[in-house]
Design a binder for this molecule. Sequence first.
Ligand code: AMP
Ligand code: ZN
Length: 497
Amino acid sequence: MIKLYNSQTRRKEEFKPVEEGHVRMYVCGPTVYNYIHIGNARTFISFDTIRRYLMWRGLKVTFVQNVTDVDDKIIKKANEEGRSAAEVAKEYTEAFIADMHAAGVMDPDVRPKATEEIPAMIELVQRIIDEGHAYVEEGDVYFDVRSFPSYGKLSGRNIDEMESGHRDLVAGGAVDDRKRDPLDFALWKAAKPGEPSWDSPWGPGRPGWHIECSAMSKKYLGLPLDVHGGGSDLIFPHHENETAQSEAAYGTTFCNAWMHGGMLQVNSEKMSKSLGNFKLLREVLEYTKPQVLRMLMLQAHYRSPLDFSQERLDESATSLERIENCLRNVEWLAGNAAGDETSFDLAALEAAGEKLRADFVEAMDDDFNTAGALGALFTFVGELNAAIADAKLNAADAGRLRTVAGLVAELLGVLGIDLAAGKAESAYPVETVALAAEQAGYAGDDPEEAVQALLDTRAAARKERNFAVADAIRDGLKALGLVIEDTPQGARVNIAG
Ligand code: AMP
Ligand code: ZN
């Protein structure tokens, strides 16, 4: 049974999609006026992981994510750069999609753009007006929060308290007097000169921010949604307003389970564009494997805040390397299996594998506890390492060992950490080719072959008791971050951990 924490009820609940076996899920997408930072990426990676897990548990998932491609910030940037808002939005939409691919985040099933969904938004705004929950003021349309008694239910705020807070904030006379109430928010904004606009029953204008998600989620998924997600900074006002609009228009529940991800922080402060403490996803991925970044993200629970630092990123790289080394050693042992002795308890290892699978499911079923799931994986990798250290493997057992070790890659893959990606590239650095040319007379350009040539030359040198050559090879590899390990079934090279 999958349980998830519902931000609206503030409880963990059994997850039950409306339609059995089919999850309809909406996650708010980016406003495309800049490259996304790794804080944004955390939220997208969290929901990608949740989606992948649900799919692995046998559920069909329909995943919708919007792109906000018309908005004040886009217009401001376009004006600063002397371009059209559409040009700015197009550039950063493409960049966003490329960044998501680079980070290993799956494409949504539908990725609607606000500018292509204006008719659905106009229809929704009209419906809210007809239901008596919005009013028109000089070409603007505002949602009337006082007409909607449950306003505040998602964020757990009381409308009168919000009101006084808001009054304090706008003390100084900045209150927009076209609004009947300071908490009312725009569903439709009358066109200003130089801004993109569309015709509507209230005159030319453009949609307010919140209305697009209400229109698109209903259009592509139907109500009530099973899951609506985003970062916790969206709970108020964005998600509160989405709920109010949709429920005011349709009179049905908008969403059954609200899920919100914790913020990525730097020195305990939210990573944000406005604070300037951000790192762009594309920059980090220039020097970090996407699997490492995801490992960092998933070592915290998705709802907890997570402090980003280079040290943490380095630790994640080390953790991933430990796993990759272990699997490389398994593959090596299986490939070099000989004789009729297996020197470790393979059945016990298989039992540990079964336990890993059960622990993984238990952790993930419990509100997607990726930290627990990774913990179970690390425990198992430790057991695997201990079993195969200095081990001998009977050729007949090679298949069984590969199968049990294969569980590691399978379960990491469920979390979106794809060990196979980038495998075609050798794990050894290209500098091994020059080293092998110098020490082993190697004439090719393949790091894997180069390392093998070095090992062959070293073995021959040791046989002749030519330790100078053997040491030169060991030291040359060491300078490249590689270590030679001598095992009962021969020598192999690993990345220094
Ligand atoms: P935005 O383009 O600002 O609407 O943000 C896109 C997504 O990134 C939203 O789901 C936000 O909640 C999320 N987000 C923004 N900053 C952070 C952060 N520091 N940590 C995690 N998620 C964030
Ligand atoms: Zn939204």
